[in-house]
Write a protein that binds this ligand. Structure first.
Ligand code: C5P
Length: 229
């Protein structure tokens, strides 16, 4: 049994506008509907827990999608708080050893083959795994006045994407420890790494973009207009 967690409690302040970005229309559906359908489409994914903002007025109230249960809970102040709240809200029948697939509501272009590979390779790993893409640009470290301090060797650098796949017990322990420490973790893998563990990187497509600005939405429209499968 594998459940998905979809954090959707962000306010999209970088995107702007009154409607949170996950509810904007995209290729005939909302952004979040694409993201939910992409994970629920895999036969091994049994259901999803969605973390929503306390005052979310735009959630359409889905109870199921494609015959699979869609549950909701209230998220938290940061993405990691929302994911932890969702893990804790899962039914007790999902044991500590079971795999959870965490996928951003704001990533509607997840490719079916990437998800299948992550599930296949991640469940073979003792720790778990995440989709990631090699960095293609040259990366500069800068001072606070935007002058170069140096160039990072990009050969060993990857961009972390979602979904990320970890066992329920270790994910909950990792996120709870990060929350107690007060350090901001920006993905699940970072919380797991802080326990001294090494999640596996599964190379995913570059076009699994996170909607952050209006230009991303136009790009996502184009990506979705080509076959995803
Ligand atoms: O803000 P960012 O684009 O990094 O958010 C990534 C995902 O995390 C989005 O789907 C967003 O809705 C979610 N999120 C959340 N709770 C927060 C902040 C972000 O569920 N407090």
């Amino acid at each position: 049994m594998t459940w998905a967690i979809v954090p959707a409690a962000g306010r999209g302040s970088r995107f702007g506008g009154a409607t949170p970005k996950q509810y904007l229309p995209l290729a005939g559906r909302s952004v979040i509907e694409h993201s939910l359908r992409a994970v629920l489409d895999h036969p091994d994914v049994d259901g999803v827990m969605v973390a929503l903002a306390q005052d979310d007025g735009a959630w359409p109230g889905w109870r199921e999608i494609g015959g699979k249960p869609v549950l909701t809970c209230v998220g938290g102040g940061e993405r990691a708080d929302s994911v932890l709240a969702a893990v804790q809200a899962l039914p007790a029948t999902i044991s500590e050893d079971q795999w959870l697939l965490v996928h951003d509501a704001a990533r509607p272009c997840l490719h079916r083959q990437d998800l299948a590979r992550l599930l296949a390779e991640g469940r073979e790993d003792a720790v778990g795994a995440l989709l990631a893409a090699p960095v293609r640009d040259t990366l500069k470290r800068a001072d606070d006045r935007q002058h170069c301090l140096g160039t990072e060797p990009r050969e060993s650098l990857w961009r972390a994407l979602t979904p990320q796949l970890f066992r329920r017990g270790s994910l909950e322990r990792a996120l709870a420890a990060a929350q107690r420490s007060g350090i901001k973790v920006t993905d699940e893998a970072m919380a797991i790494e802080r326990l001294g563990l090494k999640p596996r990187l599964v190379e995913g497509r570059d076009d699994n973009l996170k909607i952050t600005t209006p230009a991303d939405l136009a790009l996502a429209e184009f990506i979705l207009s080509r076959a995803i499968g």
